[in-house]
Design a protein around this ligand. Structure first.
Ligand SMILES: Cc1ncc(COP(=O)(O)O)c(C=O)c1O
Length: 379
C-alpha cells in the first residue's frame, strides 16, 4: 500500500514534517565538518532560547536515540546511588519512568493518580512529606497517553520546598506549551526531535542545569547514555562522542528555522489550538466522545472513546482511514477503550476538516450512523 507511506500523520510523533524539513536531509554531512559542527552548536543554542533558559545556568545536550533514551540517560547518569526518586504517574509515560528507575535499581516511589485527572499538587506534597529522603521527582508535562497537562511548575515548586529537584519529561509539549524551568525547579528537561519542534526521529535532547550536571560526574551506569560525558564531548570539540544522526540534525536545524518563522511557541501553540478546535468540532458532530473533560484537554493529542452503539472494530476504522491518506493512533489508556488523534506536526485546520469528512464516510461503511455513535444517544 504505497499510499500509506505518504499519509498525513495525526500522531504524537514521528509526525508529519514539512517538505523543506525533509529536503534538508538530501545531503551527506561529515560529522567532523566545520559546517556540521556549527549547525550542532546553533541547535544547542537555539534549544536554550526556546526553553527560555539562560546559557549561564543551563546546557542543551542532544543524544542519539529516541526520547526514552534521553529519559534513561538522565536517570542513569544523574541520580546518585544514595538518591531516591518519586514519580507522579497518571499514564503510560509516568509508568515508563518508574520502570527505568527500577531496572537501574534506583529506589523509586510511584504516586498513582487517576488517568483522567492532572496530578493533584496537595497529594504530591503529602507523598513528599511521607517519604523521607526524596532527592529527585519525575514529572510528565503532557502525559501523551491521554493528552492531559500536569501542573509541573507547582509540582516542581513543591519538590523544591523539600530540597528535591525535578526531572521533567516534556517530550510532547516542548516547543508548544510554555514551561518555566526555574519555577518547575527543573534540573533536567527531556524532549525529542520529532515532537512539537517538527523534526524527524533520531535524537532526544536534555536541557540540564549546569550545577546538577557537574554534580553528576562519575555517576553514569552506562557508557552510551553517560550525559555528563556527552556534554563534555560536545563542549570539547563540538562533536558527538559516537556517530551522530547527521541527517536528523540537518532536518532539525531547518525545523528550528521554521519554528522561528511561525512565531516560536506562541505561533505554534496558536496553530495547534486551531487544529484541535477544528478536530473537536468535527468529531463532536460525528458523535465521538472525548476521554478527558475539556478543562484538562490539551491541544497536543486527544483520546476518543470507542463508539459503543454497536461493536467497533478499531483496526477496520484505522485501515479505512489509512487508505484514504490519514494515519491516526491507537489508544494508551488502561481503563477505557480509546484511540488517539494528534494535533501536532505540520498539519493545519483544513487537514482536520478533511480527516473528519473521511471519518464520516468510514463510519457509514462500518454501519454507524454519525451523531448516534454512543449508547444513550437519540437514534
Ligand atoms: C510524554 C512522553 N514521554 C516519553 C515518550 C517516549 O518517546 P520515544 O517513543 O521517542 O522514546 C513519549 C513518546 O511519545 C512521550 O509522549
Amino acid at each position: 500500500m504505497v499510499k500509506s507511506m505518504h499519509n498525513l500523520l495525526f500522531t504524537p510523533g514521528p509526525l508529519t514534517t514539512s517538505e523543506s524539513v525533509k529536503l534538508a536531509m538530501l545531503r551527506d554531512a561529515g560529522s567532523r565538518d566545520s559546517e556540521f559542527i556549527s549547525i550542532v552548536r546553533r541547535i544547542r543554542e537555539k534549544l536554550l532560547l526556546v526553553a527560555g533558559a539562560g546559557s549561564e545556568a543551563y546546557e542543551a545536550i542532544p543524544l542519539q536515540g529516541s526520547g526514552t533514551f534521553g529519559i534513561e540517560a538522565v536517570l542513569s547518569s544523574c541520580v546518585p546511588e544514595a538518591g531516591r526518586l518519586l514519580v507522579a504517574v497518571n499514564g503510560a509515560y509516568g509508568r515508563r519512568m518508574v520502570d527505568i528507575a527500577q531496572r537501574l535499581r534506583i529506589p523509586v516511589t510511584q504516586l498513582d493518580g487517576p488517568e483522567h485527572l492532572p496530578i493533584d499538587v496537595a497529594e504530591f506534597e503529602r507523598a513528599l512529606a511521607a517519604e523521607r529522603g526524596i532527592t529527585h521527582v519525575g514529572l510528565i508535562h503532557c502525559e501523551t497517553s491521554t493528552g492531559i497537562i500536569n501542573p509541573v511548575e507547582a509540582l516542581g515548586a513543591a519538590a523544591q520546598r523539600v530540597g528535591a529537584t525535578s526531572i521533567v519529561d516534556a517530550m510532547s509539549s516542548f516547543g508548544a506549551i510554555d514551561l518555566d524551568l526555574l519555577k518547575a525547579n527543573a534540573a533536567f528537561l527531556v524532549s525529542s526531535a520529532n515532537k512539537c519542534l517538527e523534526g524527524v526521529p533520531g535524537f532526544s535532547f536534555v536541557l540540564a542545569r549546569r550545577a546538577d550536571l557537574l554534580s553528576s560526574e562519575g555517576i553514569a551506569r552506562s557508557v552510551v547514555l553517560d550525559l555528563p560525558s556527552q556534554w563534555r564531548g560536545l563542549e570539547r570539540d563540538g562533536q558527538f562522542r559516537f556517530t551522530p544522526p547527521t541527517h536528523a540534525l540537518l532536518a532539525f536545524h531547518q525545523a528550528l528555522q521554521e519554528f522561528d518563522a511561525e512565531g516560536g511557541i506562541t505561533g505554534r501553540a496558536a496553530r495547534y489550538a486551531a487544529n484541535r478546535a477544528t478536530l473537536r468540532r468535527g468529531m463532536n458532530e460525528l458523535g465521538f466522545q472525548e476521554y478527558l473533560a475539556p478543562e484538562h484537554q490539551s491541544y497536543i493529542i486527544t483520546s476518543y472513546r470507542y463508539p459503543d452503539a454497536r461493536p467497533f472494530d478499531f483496526e477496520a476504522f484505522y485501515s479505512a482511514l489509512g487508505v484514504r491518506g490519514f494515519t491516526i493512533y491507537p489508544g494508551k489508556v488502561s481503563g477505557a477503550n480509546c484511540f488517539r488523534i494528534g494535533t501536532i506536526g505540520r498539519l493545519f485546520p483544513q487537514d482536520f476538516k478533511a480527516l473528519t469528512v473521511a471519518a464520516r464516510e468510514v463510519l457509514a461503511e462500518l454501519g454507524f450512523k454519525p451523531g448516534t455513535l454512543m449508547r444513550g444517544e437519540i437514534q
